[in-house]
Design a binder for this molecule. Structure first.
Ligand SMILES: Cc1cc2nc3c(=O)[nH]c(=O)nc-3n(C[C@H](O)[C@H](O)[C@H](O)COP(=O)(O)OP(=O)(O)OC[C@H]3O[C@@H](n4cnc5c(N)ncnc54)[C@H](O)[C@@H]3O)c2cc1C
Length: 395
């Protein structure tokens, strides 16, 4: 199940794909989202995640469009799935040590030959396409941990290096969820029957683990406070910093007169091992697209730097030459980009440049509810978020 080529990493393409998927976001999605294919060839899932993960299109835009088309009730399943992304982000943002502890570990590149046909095929597909269907991700993570006895961390690292949508929150916490480390006494165990049913009989692996006990109840770290909105103002010496966590900065800042616009690519901070070309290319192109929509007042292009020592030095030199004293950037949630920004910030300070991270209203409203399980989060969001109000009254 791969993407139709080429995979165009632009906001326009994300919006086009959203439009194309809209008719399928209610009944078809509700009934077939766990299947890899549809009897009449309709799409069973949206494959919007590469665009959503980088906020080329935002969760709010997607849910707005779906609610407009179908109303909340008819599209509730799809809306819920999109909200899982916001939930995991809010959950990790309040417990960043789940990311930093995992990220400190080192892994070897895993073998591609496990002797389990479906797993080997899916790994090949992951590496070639940079995408796997959600149900495949669940089976993969389950077989990896329970049948092969490998660590969730090594599997999460493999996914994060190869998935275009590789996301620190959704990936880390989903691997933990499958392994029983998010919910007391609950694991996700892949079974041959379930795999056969949803792959239309393509796979029915015989040798999967069956008798698996959940690990000891997870001890989750104490929550830390969430970000709040800083005071900010664009001055003649303010530059915009674009990064891959939010590639629609104009939705946050509008189009003020930026003295300069720079972009930072931090894909290499996903892992200690090399990140795939598919991922690097998508993100590089997406940063370029965001740069073309957010231009500085006196030139057309945003300069793009890699989050490396030489990239940082070139970025600092650019800011110095442009006499920049303030860098505004969308909030980067816990993960590779936030790590890269944390390394960059003291270097900026030394050069007299203040870095200001601005969170989105969406995150400020939703993240505080990501305290326990998803369904408690969903109930709170549905009850309180204005997005759901008008449609609920009409239904
Ligand atoms: C082990 C494992 C690892 C995962 N790693 C990632 C990851 O690195 N990055 C990532 O974006 N998602 C991850 N997911 C979640 C989910 O599999 C993908 O978001 C989804 O498959 C993307 O495909 P889609 O756009 O066709 O989804 P659709 O089914 O069409 O859903 C629409 C949108 O809802 C969101 N969504 C759907 N399901 C989930 C979910 N379970 N968790 C969070 N958001 C969801 C995505 O933004 C998705 O684009 C992982 C799931 C598992 C089980």
């Amino acid at each position: 199940m791969s993407f139709s080529k080429p995979i165009i990493a632009t906001r326009a393409e994300g919006l086009r794909r959203l439009e194309a998927f809209l008719p399928h976001a209610s009944g078809t999605y509700r009934d077939y989202r766990n299947h890899l294919s549809h009897p009449e060839g309709l799409p069973t899932v949206s494959k919007l995640s590469p665009w959503l993960r980088h906020r080329l299109i935002t969760e709010q835009e997607v849910i707005d469009a779906v609610v407009d088309e179908h109303g909340v009730r008819a599209a509730e399943k799809f809306i819920q799935e999109v909200l899982w992304r916001s939930y995991w982000k809010g959950f990790l943002e309040q417990r960043p040590s789940l990311w930093t502890d995992y990220r400190r570990e080192e892994f070897a590149i895993p073998s591609k030959h496990t002797g389990i046909e479906c797993l080997d095929d899916w790994q090949q597909e992951l590496e070639a396409a940079g995408y796997l269907h959600n149900h495949v991700r669940m089976w993969f993570a389950s077989i990896w941990q329970f049948t092969l006895g490998r660590s969730w961390q090594s599997g999460a690292d493999l996914f994060l290096r190869h998935l275009i949508d590789g996301d620190p929150a959704s990936n880390t916490l989903s691997w933990r969820w499958v392994g029983g480390r998010q919910t007391n006494g609950k694991i996700y165990l892949a079974t041959p029957g379930n795999i056969a049913k949803h792959t239309n009989g393509q796979y029915k692996p015989a040798q999967l683990a069956t008798d698996v006990k959940p690990p000891a109840p997870p001890e989750l770290p104490v929550r830390i406070p969430l970000p709040s909105t800083p005071v900010w103002q664009v001055t003649p010496k303010t530059a915009l910093l674009i990064h891959e966590e939010d590639l629609h900065p104009e939705g946050l800042f509008g189009h003020p007169h930026w003295a300069s616009v720079v972009a930072l690519q931090s894909t290499s901070w996903r892992s200690g091992l090399p990140v795939s070309d598919v991922v690097n290319q998508f993100v590089a192109e997406a940063l370029k697209d965001a740069g073309s929509r957010n231009t500085p007042s006196d030139s057309n292009d945003a300069a793009c730097y890699l989050a490396s020592e030489s990239g940082f030095n070139a970025l600092l030199a650019h800011l110095h030459n442009a006499k920049i004293t303030q860098l505004l950037t969308p909030w980067a949630p816990c993960g590779p980009t936030a790590d890269a920004l944390a390394a960059l910030e003291p270097l900026l300070k030394e050069k007299g440049v203040q870095l200001i991270r601005v969170p989105r209203e969406w995150d400020l409203q939703l993240w505080p509810h990501a305290t326990h399980g998803f369904f408690r989060f969903f109930k709170a969001v549905r009850a309180q978020h204005p997005l759901f109000e008008p449609t609920l009254q009409n239904e």
